[in-house]
Ligand binder design. Structure first.
Ligand SMILES: [Mg+2]
Length: 404
């Protein structure tokens, strides 16, 4: 029988324990143990045992970040064998074995809701802490705008996202625009306007009195997800930004505007790429700059910014600590760092560029199921590895890591 290092380690610790208990009397090396109370001895003994049989030595020195659109899903359908690929990251007992997160620029729903939706679409159990969306960094701005009137833009539930983060005075742009008569001259021509108005009235955020909206300045606008009604949203945002936060009034200093990402294009089920939030930003900026003496000032979050990748590393470290939790780890000051973190993405300018410019320990893998469809590597933002599907990427990672 061949014993590997792991088994030898555990046997050694157990033998040492037995020896200590047997020879404690008279041996100076074990006198201190001998002097301990019975309860304390039990604690030390169970600690050493837990160390001997903990998962610590099996902890992976790597983690994985998956982009969602064009890698794991196309629209709402799994792509590239993603359910099977993700299942390989769990043990036979169903426990998460390999730490991974979803690192997407998309969004529109609170992390808990998105985690539930992903769990259903992919047939695995995903925790909200594994979902990092484009708008997740907006949480960092809560203190700054906590009690200010802010407007949230985009598909899904942008105001619910911001409220969940802790902003107290949030209106969706649908709710906000509904407070101003005639603000959208094209509204009468939009066939879905009537239905929308009914929904707006029933869902209006009661913590923000309508009268306040007409007299309080908007302090910031947050583009949480892809805007739905570009013409109305560009019109209303220009009104807010040009007047200092009070449409129809005098000019004031430009309120802040934040974008969850700056993706020009993204992949859905349609054969060619669709226009993303970056395209909306360009449209808004061009129009604002043509109709206002000062250029638009704005901040974009999301990949490829290095802060997003650095944050993902911290989240993965915390995830490892929660998976491989034991006495030893709780008492250790430093969280173990990764030798390699894999970014699996379909967009060279976003996923690959971001991982590459962040540097160690990131290793970039480009799939062909989304934005990138080339035969070779991308010219400008070349990945460390190019594969057809996410399943191929996971197989590569597991083979490489088990061989180390
Ligand atoms: Mg993508």
């Amino acid at each position: 029988m061949v014993l590997d290092g792991e088994v030898i380690n555990k046997l050694t610790i157990v033998l040492v324990l037995l020896l200590i208990l047997k020879l404690q009397k008279g041996n100076p090396a074990t006198m201190r143990f001998h002097l301990l109370t019975k309860a304390r001895k039990r604690t030390v003994f169970s600690y050493l045992l837990s160390r001997a049989f903990s998962h610590r030595s099996e902890r992976p020195s790597f983690g994985i970040s998956f982009d969602i659109d064009g890698v794991v899903l196309l629209g709402n359908s799994p792509v590239g064998g993603s359910p099977g690929a993700l299942r390989k990251l769990y043990g036979v007992d169903g426990r998460l074995k390999i730490p991974y997160v979803f690192l997407t620029n998309g969004g529109g729903f609170p992390e808990a809701k998105r985690a539930l939706e992903l769990s259903q679409l992919l047939g695995i159990d995903i925790s909200p802490s594994q979902v990092l969306q484009g708008h997740s960094p907006f949480k960092q701005l809560v203190k700054r705008f906590e009690n200010d009137l802010i407007v949230a833009v985009g598909k899904g539930e942008p105001a619910a996202v911001m409220t969940e983060y802790g902003f107290k005075y949030v209106l969706s742009i649908d709710e906000y625009a509904s407070c101003f008569e005639n603000i959208d001259p094209l509204a009468p021509y939009k066939k879905w306007t009537t239905k929308l108005a009914v929904t707006q009235n029933s869902k209006f955020n009661e913590s923000v009195p309508r009268n306040d909206v007409l007299s309080k300045r908007v302090q910031a606008a947050f583009v949480v997800s892809d805007p739905v009604d570009w013409s109305r949203d560009i019109q209303v945002l220009c009104d807010i930004l040009k007047t200092g936060g009070l449409p129809g009034r005098n000019v004031g200093p430009q309120p802040h505007i934040y974008f969850a990402n700056d993706d020009l294009e993204y992949q859905t089920k349609f054969p060619s790429e669709r226009l993303g939030m970056g395209a909306f930003r360009i449209a808004l900026e061009s129009i604002f700059n043509r109709t206002h003496p000062h250029c638009l000032e704005y901040t974009c979050f999301g990949k490829p910014h290095t802060s997003v990748f650095k944050n993902a590393e911290i989240v993965l470290q915390k995830l490892v600590a929660s998976i491989y939790d034991d006495f030893y780890d709780k008492n250790e000051d430093n969280i173990s760092s990764f030798k390699t973190l894999y970014m699996i993405g379909d967009n060279p300018a976003v996923d690959i560029r971001g991982a590459r410019q962040t540097g160690h320990p990131w290793f970039s893998i480009l799939t062909r199921t989304g934005v990138f469809k080339g035969k070779e590597n991308h010219d400008k933002f070349s990945a460390d590895l190019v594969v057809d599907t996410v399943e191929e990427a996971v197989d590569y990672i597991l083979a490489k890591e088990s061989a180390l």
